[in-house]
Structure formats: C-alpha cells, structure tokens
Design a protein around this ligand. Structure first.
Ligand code: WTA
Length: 658
C-alpha cells in the first residue's frame, strides 16, 4: 500500500507519433472515431459489445449500479460461452481451424470448429459423469496443449466455473488455490515438453493432493496416447472418459449474464492470492468486443497470442475473445528459444500469422538475441500487440522495425486480471502510435490520475499519480471469490466513499502509477503497491516473503523489485538469519528452493542478500521501497520515518563489502 510518497516519476522523453499504415486502416474492424461517442452514452454504449454475442434471452437492463461496487451487467440476459465460442460458428465454418496447435516437439494439430465441438461435448459429458454440477468450481492445472481450452469450454458448457492455475505454479500454489475455491475436481496431465525435456506434471498433482484439505477427484489427460509417467490409480484417465462419452452431445446450459464464468487467482498486496471472479455476460462481451476493435480479429485471420492460457491474457485473448469471433487461434506449447532462437518466426511463417500478440519481456529477449535471428524467415504481421508491463520506447521501436517491418499497426494494451480486457489502448486504425504510451482509454472507459488525497491531477500538470477508473465496465471482476470485504479493501476503499450507494462515489484503484499527457495518452509507469511484475507475471512480495519464511534459518525476509534489462523486474530477497545460523551458500539455496516449491520456478529470486537488519518504520513496517532503492543503486528515498534511519546505509555498505 502506498503510505509513502509516490516516488515513481516519469522520466521518459517525449516521443514522436507513428501513423497506422493506410492499408491497415482501410480494412480495420473499427476505423470510425464516432465509436467513442457511442460508448460515451453510458452504460448503453457497451451494448455494442454484447450484441456481438448470441443470447438465449435478451437483457432487460444494461447496468444495475444500485449496490456499488457490486455492479450487474446485462441483467436478465442469458447465454452460454461455449455456444458462443463454438456452436454458433458451425453453420458457416465448421471445417475451419479453431485451434492451431504446435507442440514443442514439432507435433501439430489443427482442431477445426467441428472437432472442437465434438471434443468439448465429450469432455462436458465426461465432467458431468464425474459429478461436476452447475456452479461447481473445476480447477485446471494444464500447460499449453489443446486439452486446456477444451476443458475450459467444457466447463463453460455445463456452467461450472473454471479456475485455471498456470502450469508453472508449484504443487503448494496449486493446493492453495484448490482449497481456496473449494474445488472438488482437479484436471491435470501426465506431462509436457519444456526445452526438449518431458516434464513430469503429475508429480505436482500428487504433492498437491497430499496437501489439500478436501479430497478432490483428479482427472488426468495424457500428452501422448499413452501416459509417459506413472499415474496414480486414484486418478481417472480423461482418455477413458472420452472413450465412454464419445459422440455424446451436451446442451449448453443457459447461464444468467451474472453467473460466474471463471475464477483467476492473482497476487494482491496482502496475504493469499485472491480469486478474481468473472461473470459470463459482461466478461464475454468485453473480451469479444475488444478482440474485434483492438486486436482487429476477423474470422479469416490466423491470430497468435504468445501468452500462456494460465494467465488472464490467454483467457481473454487466446480463448474467449478470438473463438467468440470465429477465428483461428494459434497455441504453442514450448519456449521461443527451443530448439533455436528462430522458433517464433518459424511458426509465424509456417502458419502465415496475421496478428501477433506478445509481452515487452519477449520483445526485449528477441532484441537481445538480435535481428540476425529473424533472417531468412518470411512472415508479415498486419497487427501487433504488447501487454503486461511498460514497453520502453527503444524496445517498441525495435519491435516496430524488425518484427513489424515498419508496416504493422501496434497496440500497447494496459489492463489487469481484474479487468477482463483492455482498458487503456489505442484503437489501431483511429489513433497514432506513440512508443512507450499505452495510449487512450478504450471506448467507454474513464480513467483518472489521482494524487494521494484522491484529487484528480490534470494532464497539464504532467505529473504522475495513482491510476484509477471512475466508471464501471462490463469486463470488471464481480468480486474476490468468497470475500466481498477483500474486494472492497483491495480495489475500492482508498478512493471511494464506501458509505455511499451512488456509483459516482466509487472509484476503482488499479495500483499502478501513470501520467496523462496533454494529448490524452496515458503512460503507465509501474506498480505502486507491494506487487511486482516479473517477466509480465504479477507476484505479491507478501507471497514471496511467506515462502522464504518457511525456511527455518530465516528470521525475517523482505522482497524488493530490482530492475532487469530483460525481465522488467526480478525479486531480490533480503534476509536476516536466526541466532546461531551461519549465512552460507546452503541457506541461500534453501531460500531459493523454498520460493520454487512455494510458488514456482518462474518466481526464482535473482539475489538472496544477507543483512543484519531490515529498514523499518517506527510502527515496525518494513520499507521495501528503500530496499528497492538499494537493489537498483538509486539514491535513497526519504528515511525520516525509519525507527533507525542508518539501516539502509548500513545495508548498502554491507553489500558493497561482500
Ligand atoms: C502491468 C495482465 C504497462 C500493470 C493483463 C498492471 C502494464 C499489471 C501493461 C497487471 C501495459 C499490464 N503497460 N503496464 N500495457 N499491461 N501492465 O493482472 O502493472 O497479470 O497492474 O494482467 O501489469 O498484470 P496482470
């Protein structure tokens, strides 16, 4: 939480604009500036997105805002997400590829809409046969294989909210999410490929099942026809279930617009990860609408978003948005550098990808590998996206030139797990691109930059402040699963009058710092709270610290974000050890291991730094911001509130001496 001053300043030099190519504008799904006026008819403007879907029953009311912040969208409407992503396309394009999958080992699968229909129906029947009922949360711990979207859509078909846990998360992170969602069913797989190795994924399920409170049923897919590792007899093999239910059809359950479609756990400022609960109607409308207007997706396109479906980007912009629009969405199992650094371009060329969607981290990595790695590949993107963290102008320009060939439209899209879809981004045919700026608010979205007292900072001031959203939108989370108080505390309390039932008094706090330019473009500067962004993945410093504290040798730990040229930020762990414990390599390894076990390998600390004391306020609160200054070799911020103001300098001296 920001109880210290906002220390993030905007140091970026003003950048020049780039116009979208004319050929792009001519073919764009949305090139009419009047779209903004339509969406300013609030909330009716958002009906334009809802009308892109098939509804079983039309809504009576666009927005019920009588009980903020518990907004209801498209009230009275009924629909099914699986129908919208599959069935409704069958008449026109049943033999078109829906999922174009490439395994890391080179295996390929083209799953047509008809195939998807059959497989999702069989899986839906299989889930039902295992006792999954409407509104039961199914936890899915699957990597980037077709089984993942198939399972998600099967859940959606029977009205069972899914909770997808990123495959890279450890057994203990999985167990924690299974418990938190009271999930009686967990779907996993025997394993998958990572840099040429077959990773045993069942191990994580085994460990997680030993740790969970309940006794969930485990359903196991296999990456090949036969399991490659030992699978417990307690688990049910999906292949057997699919054999039993082959050819069955399951009527899509008509869901209320407000019925939850899924949970997505994400890091917050305090305690355990929170389950962001997303509604069916508003979410699907928002993901679909932004896929159409921002991503410019058309049914005949081949669209490739390199994110993992285990994160929100993959939910909205690999699965739900693209499939609702009836396009071909590419999924790749592995890493971009296996077996060589040209793998990404090889895939882009082979499938003739039209729209490419990735993160600044990936761009920086490509940049580091050099443009030579692109040589000899023939691909031509019409449209490119970045998401997940601020992109430095330098990286943007490289992306534009070397990957886009200077003739693609680029959007830098700012949003969060909680938001369901893009909130700040240009519409690519309407506004010019500006490197390093996410751009203008998406249609109907009303952001504001607030100072710490909640007063709006005008664009003329050019000052950074807290990014807030002052009006609800259909893609917003409904609540934190099972915890309305936390929902209010994390997102609303700070800038809202929580006693008011007038929605105008309720303001959503994003937790990011941003600055608004006089051109109306927003530049996002980064997180303000105790959440860091590692390679585009949100990690709570609290969660990392709790994992470190599991190590007996540790007395106290604090995690600070260190800027990293490639990953954006990496965690530095500052620890004090217990009396009698020697600060050794062995302790260091135990700490790294604890983070890998507690959260996952992707969260591995960059440095473990032993110190005598941590900087604390007189009330005992650790001031991570000062540790951040130390990690980044920055000038120390204000130390006057410290119980012992000499501590940060001592740490610095100590680290220099090491
Ligand atoms: C950051 C990912 C700058 C931001 C969709 C936000 C960005 C957090 C951008 C959410 C962007 C996301 N420019 N920063 N275009 N997009 N962020 O929940 O700090 O994984 O709060 O959602 O990522 O991360 P999350």
């Amino acid at each position: 939480m920001v109880d210290e001053d906002i220390t993030i300043e905007s140091r970026l030099a003003e950048q020049e604009y780039f116009s979208p190519p004319e050929e792009f504008v001519e073919q764009a799904n949305m090139a009419d500036p009047a779209v903004y006026d339509r969406f300013d008819e609030f909330p009716e403007g958002f009906e334009e997105y809802a009308e892109m879907l098939d509804w079983d029953e039309q809504w009576d009311e666009v927005l019920d805002d009588s009980n903020p912040p518990f907004y209801e969208w498209f009230v009275g409407g009924k629909l099914n997400a699986s129908h919208n992503c599959i069935d409704r396309h069958l008449d026109e394009r049943k033999n078109q590829t829906a999922l174009l999958w490439e395994g890391e080992d080179g295996e390929q699968r083209n799953v047509s809409y008809q195939d998807l229909y059959r497989e999702v129906n069989a899986m839906a029947a299989a889930l039902r046969s295992m006792g999954v009922e409407e509104d039961d949360v199914v936890t899915i711990h699957l990597p980037m294989v077709p089984a993942l979207p198939i399972t998600m859509l099967a859940c959606a078909r029977i009205g069972a909210p899914h909770s997808v846990v990123f495959a890279g998360f450890s057994a203990s992170a999985l167990a924690n999410r299974v418990d938190s969602a009271d999930s009686d069913h967990v779907v996993t797989i025997d394993g998958y490929y990572r840099r040429g190795d077959f990773l045993d994924h069942i191990e994580k399920a085994d460990e997680a099942m030993a740790a969970v409170d309940g006794d969930p049923e485990v359903l196991a897919w296999t990456r090949h026809d036969e399991p490659q590792v030992d699978v417990s007899d307690d688990y049910t093999m999906v292949a057997d279930l699919l054999d039993d239910h082959h050819g069955e059809t399951v009527e899509p359950v008509s869901r209320d617009a407000e019925d939850p479609l899924f949970l997505m756990y994400t890091s917050g400022t305090t305690g355990e990860p929170k389950g962001c609960q997303h509604r069916t109607g508003g979410y699907l409308a928002y993901a679909t609408g932004t896929s159409k207007y921002v991503e410019d997706i058309k049914p005949e396109d081949t669209y490739w978003c390199m994110a993992d479906i285990g994160w929100i980007t993959g939910h909205s912009y690999i699965v739900y948005g693209p499939l609702a629009l009836g396009t071909t969405t590419v999924m790749y199992e592995g890493t971009p550098d296996y077996p060589h650094k040209g793998r990404t371009w090889d895939i882009a060329e082979k499938y003739d990808v039209d729209i490419f969607h990735t993160s600044p981290t990936a761009v920086r990595q490509f940049m580091k590998w050099g443009e030579e790695e692109l040589e000899g590949y023939d691909f031509d993107f019409r449209h490119m996206t970045t998401v997940g963290e601020p992109i430095q102008p330098e990286a943007w320009l490289w992306y534009y030139k070397h990957i886009g060939g200077e003739d693609a439209a680029i959007v830098d899209t700012w949003w969060q797990t909680e938001n369901g879809g893009h909130l700040i981004t240009n519409l690519p045919a309407i506004q010019d691109m500006k490197p390093g700026s996410a751009g203008r608010p998406a249609p109907g979205i009303e952001p504001a930059i607030l100072d710490d007292e909640g007063n709006e900072i005008g664009a003329e001031a050019g000052e950074a402040g807290n990014l807030a959203i002052t009006r609800p939108w259909p893609g917003m989370l409904q609540t934190v699963y099972g915890n309305d108080e936390r929902f209010i505390a994390e997102y609303w309390e700070r800038f809202s009058d929580t006693d008011s039932d007038d929605s105008e008094d309720w303001v959503y706090e994003a937790g990011d710092a941003a600055v608004k330019g006089t051109d109306g473009y927003y530049r996002i500067l980064g997180r303000l709270d105790d959440v860091m962004n590692v390679a585009g993945h949100r990690l709570g410093t609290m969660e990392l610290e709790s994992a470190v504290a599991e190590v007996d040798d540790v007395a106290e730990a604090a995690v600070a974000a260190r800027d990293d040229a490639e990953k954006g930020e990496v965690p530095d762990v500052y620890v004090t050890v217990r009396e009698g414990v020697e600060e050794s390599e062995a302790v260091r390894e135990r700490i790294v291991g604890a983070v890998e076990d507690g959260i996952g390998k992707f969260a591995r600390p960059a440095n473990v730094l032993f110190v005598d004391d941590l900087p604390k306020t007189r009330s005992g609160k650790i001031m991570r911001r000062l540790l951040e200054d130390i990690s980044n070799d920055d000038e120390l911020g204000n130390t006057s509130t410290l119980a012992d103001p000499s501590v940060p300098e001592e740490i610095r001296d100590q680290l220099r001496a090491d």
